[in-house]
Design a protein around this ligand. Structure first.
Ligand SMILES: Nc1ncnc2c1ncn2[C@@H]1O[C@H](COP(=O)(O)OP(=O)(O)OP(=O)(O)O)[C@@H](O)[C@H]1O
Ligand SMILES: [Mg+2]
Length: 431
């Protein structure tokens, strides 16, 4: 066992004193690796990755520690493999090391076509940092957490509808003036669970900042008679003061359930109040107020809420198509240590999976790689096999929703409100 150098000893002490300092820990790992303390280096990198899963330097180090010495993997589209960085003079050139290591790290994703993969087909980070966030915080500020429409994989049609219905008119006062009243009313998103209704609303919130208010049933409902209505009224008043503003009613079936089905009279008056607010006290009141709602049981929503001028437009939010699945998978793998993931294969085998199912798939695969690493004591990257093994244990969760949606679309399609759903069911041969 090689003797530890004084530098390593003192760095180790520094890391013990500041366990969350990731760059320091990686520096130590780097020196350990060069000094031949491979296992020790790996456990330092693992500790760093635990704190910062997406850290590229840590991923590079771990790849180097785990990779067979000297040559790069055969499938990697790399130029001649460079020799691993030798122990150089005391000053360490990080830039050079990164450049060299970039050839040793296996590619994160493989392209399964026979065509030679292009070197710069690395996954593009989906997050659009630098989105400006309008100042001003409202009482019902949502935890936007920097989410933007760019974080939403696929769903192009839904995004287009949202652009036309809210985003463009909100950003462009001229457009608002031009179309005036026709922009009133609201949009109801419906579809199977886990397919991104709430997620896309949060992305719209990220785009609009304080001009987006989320209303959930817990914000409104109050055990005291009359308080729920007052909450709703205050909420809509705040929205009107902040106009142009989007009010988002999530889980609308809970807040605006069919009054005929409600036994509790308190809830019935809440629905009435919601109707009043949507209509606006007078014609001008709701100018610049946009309402977005989501539900997976549109058939349980009070029909009065869906009359013209209220939530009169609907958008069906379906399970992601192939392109969308690919970007959702990329999105959920982007901060994880992955190597040579065959996305095409995964995309082909996940038809019918919701966004939430895909997220769960990535989590299970990560867990599998982690367990394996713990068992063998050698951390390794997440690979296609981990995802395939996780996939074998999963069923798409959207099945039961389509079972109930089918009969509604077939037998209760008044006014053609479920035409979009019927068309999808036909296309997928589910009828
Ligand atoms: N298009 C997408 N891109 C990226 N991630 C997605 C997408 N769709 C869904 N997801 C992931 O799935 C999770 C669940 O989605 P979300 O909660 O928005 O579904 P929902 O339609 O609101 O479901 P429910 O009807 O059960 O409320 C999200 O938090 C997100 O991580
Ligand atoms: Mg939801």
């Amino acid at each position: 066992m090689p003797e530890e150098s004084p530098l390593i000893k003192s760095l180790r002490a520094a890391v013990d004193a500041a366990p969350d300092d990731v760059p320091l820990r990686l520096h130590l790992a780097q020196l350990l690796l060069e000094a031949g303390h491979g296992q020790d280096a790996i456990s330092q990198v693992a500790a760093a990755l635990q704190r910062e899963p997406g850290n590229a330097e840590a991923q590079a180090l771990i790849a180097r520690a785990v990779a067979p010495p000297v040559t790069a993997p055969a499938t990697a589209p790399v130029a001649p493999a460079p020799a691993p960085a030798p122990a150089e003079p005391p000053r360490y050139d990080w830039k050079q090391a990164e450049d060299e290591l970039s050839d040793v790290i296996p590619p994160r994703f493989v392209e399964s076509s026979e065509a030679e993969p292009e070197p710069d087909q690395q996954p593009q980070p989906l997050s659009a940092d630098g989105e400006d966030d309008p100042a001003g915080v409202s009482a019902w500020d949502v935890e936007t957490a920097g989410l933007s429409l760019a974080d939403v994989g696929g769903m192009e049609q839904v995004k287009e509808r949202l652009q036309a219905a809210f985003l463009a008119p909100m950003r462009n006062p001229e457009l608002r003036k031009l179309y005036g009243k026709s922009l009133r009313g609201g949009l109801l998103m419906y579809g199977p669970p886990g397919c991104g209704k709430t997620y896309i609303a949060r992305a719209v919130a990220g785009e609009l900042g304080a001009r987006f208010m989320t209303v959930s049933i817990t914000d409104v409902l109050d055990m005291w008679i009359g308080n729920s209505e007052r909450n709703l009224r205050e909420l809509f008043e705040t929205a009107r003061r902040n106009a142009p503003c989007v009010v988002f009613l999530d889980e609308l079936d809970a807040l605006g359930a069919k009054r005929s089905q409600i036994r509790h009279s308190g809830l019935r008056t809440t629905v009435n109040q919601l109707l009043t607010e949507l209509d606006g006290v007078d014609a001008q009141a709701n100018e610049g107020l946009f309402v977005l709602a989501a539900t997976n049981h549109p058939w349980d929503v009070d029909p009065a809420l869906r009359r013209p001028g209220r939530l009169d437009r609907t958008v069906l939010v379906l399970p992601p198509d192939e392109a969308a699945r690919e970007s959702i998978l990329r999105h959920h793998l982007k901060d994880r240590p992955v190597a040579r993931i065959d996305l095409r294969k995964l995309v082909k085998r996940t038809d019918g999976f919701s966004g939430a199912d895909l997220r769960h798939l990535c989590e299970s695969a990560a867990e599998r790689a982690l367990m394996d690493s713990v068992r063998t004591g050698r951390p390794r990257m997440i690979e296609t096999d981990d995802l395939l093994a996780a996939l074998a244990q999963l069923r798409p969760s959207t099945g039961p929703w389509f079972d109930s949606a089918r009969s509604v679309a077939q037998f209760a399609n008044e006014g053609g409100q479920y035409d979009e759903l019927l068309a999808y069911l036909k296309k997928k041969r589910m009828l």
